[in-house]
Write a protein that binds this ligand. Structure first.
Ligand SMILES: NC(=O)c1ccc[n+]([C@@H]2O[C@H](COP(=O)([O-])OP(=O)(O)OC[C@H]3O[C@@H](n4cnc5c(N)ncnc54)[C@H](O)[C@@H]3O)[C@@H](O)[C@H]2O)c1
Length: 342
């Protein structure tokens, strides 16, 4: 029997890309999961109003609806609520009585965050503060899980970073992630609220609508358009298939060793964007790859590998999806979903 059997987990921002995958995996292992999400940020409502190309809009709306269908079929409770509203969030969480509270709500995009810091602060830190404050008063919450990011580090000082590298973020997104980490740790110091901070990076996988490079390459390849490589941040990233991250998150929720710790949770091996383009290109013979590398964007840190040794050692984390395995899985899913035969 899994240690997750019967565990009550609430995920704020759980209708997002990571959140819904985590919710489904938790249910499979016997947990009782509830999701609180406004469906407004990088989700149903923003896609409806912001994406003008009708084909792309319909495709992404179908992906979000599939997320919601899967959650419903799995028996996950979905409460549509803006987590910026402290009282409303508190009332909902009180009913859910979570033992683990996972905070995944954010504007999860560096460029969008820099363009609109006010909104980003609200959706990321205001919601975090609300969830933390509920947790410190709650008699049920035993563990708080927070999503930071590789962007909290700023420039990687070595090709592979351990969790101990000092945080020197650049730009709004990284600054808010690093600030969130400090606030989560402060709640542990002041109120004794046990936490885990996870730092993922460069995720890809089914039902992602965030427009990261892997998704863009696959969508262009499906339309027989070239894959344009733009190395605006050094071009080396620890691309992580969502199943690897979710496997790590299950360990984080289950294992006591995860408490009061910070973990890099990635595939644990960086690759160039050229490599990624080549792996996608191999699945679409004839697709053109164009190199348009430009001078580095000063707000995009030079990244690389996030060492997952600590997660391996303390949690038994074993990532399984290099891009040579994860991208073909993702492409197979995308072809079927979009109705484009191989
Ligand atoms: N996807 C990645 O590559 C990646 C990498 C590193 C860190 N992260 C972090 O992981 C977390 C989840 O990322 P994701 O990729 O699933 O993002 P996502 O945009 O897919 O999901 C975020 C969800 O939060 C919800 N949300 C935002 N503001 C809200 C509010 N005020 N009230 C209620 N719900 C709200 C949105 O509706 C959305 O469903 C974020 O904190 C992100 O910064 C993601």
């Amino acid at each position: 029997m899994s240690g997750l059997e019967g565990r009550r987990v609430a995920i704020v921002g759980g209708a997002g890309f990571i959140g819904h995958h985590l919710a489904l995996a938790l249910v499979e292992r016997g947990a009782e999961v509830a999701v609180v999400d406004s469906l407004q940020v990088n989700n149903l409502l923003s896609i409806q109003s912001n994406i003008t190309d009708p084909e792309r809009r319909d495709l992404y709306l179908r992906m979000i609806n599939e997320r919601l269908d899967l959650l419903r079929e799995a028996g996950v409770t979905l409460v549509v609520q803006d987590a910026r509203d402290y009282s409303a969030l508190g009332r909902i969480l009180e009913e859910i009585e979570p033992q683990t509270l996972v905070h995944a709500a954010a504007v999860a995009h560096a460029n969008r965050s820099n363009k609109d810091p006010f909104t980003t602060f609200d959706h990321s830190l205001r919601t975090l503060e609300n969830a933390l404050d509920f947790s410190r008063h709650s008699s049920t919450v035993e563990h708080f899980v927070y999503f930071s990011s590789s962007m909290a580090y700023g420039d990687f000082l070595t090709p592979e970073v351990e969790e101990t590298q000092p945080l020197e973020p650049m730009g709004i997104y990284g600054a808010l992630k690093a600030a969130g980490e400090r606030i989560v740790i402060a709640y542990q110091q002041v109120f004794g609220l046990p936490y885990t901070i996870v730092r993922p990076s460069a995720l890809y996988g089914p039902r992602c609508v965030s427009g990261r490079v892997g998704q863009v390459f696959i969508e262009n390849a499906l339309l027989d358009r070239p894959l344009v490589v733009r190395n605006d941040g050094g071009g080396i990233l620890d691309f992580t298939y969502v199943d690897d991250l979710v496997a790590g998150l299950l360990l984080v929720v289950e294992r006591p060793e995860a408490r009061d710790e910070v973990f890099n949770l990635t595939h644990g091996a960086s690759r160039s964007i050229e490599d990624l383009a080549a792996v996608v290109g191999d699945l679409f013979p004839g697709v053109e790859i164009i190199d348009e590398s430009i001078l580095g964007d000063p707000l995009m840190p030079r990244r690389g590998t996030l060492s997952v040794d600590k997660a391996r050692r303390l949690l038994g984390y074993e990532p399984e999806f290099p891009i040579e395995r994860g991208i073909p899985e993702y492409v197979a899913w995308y072809r079927e979903f979009a109705g484009v035969p191989a």
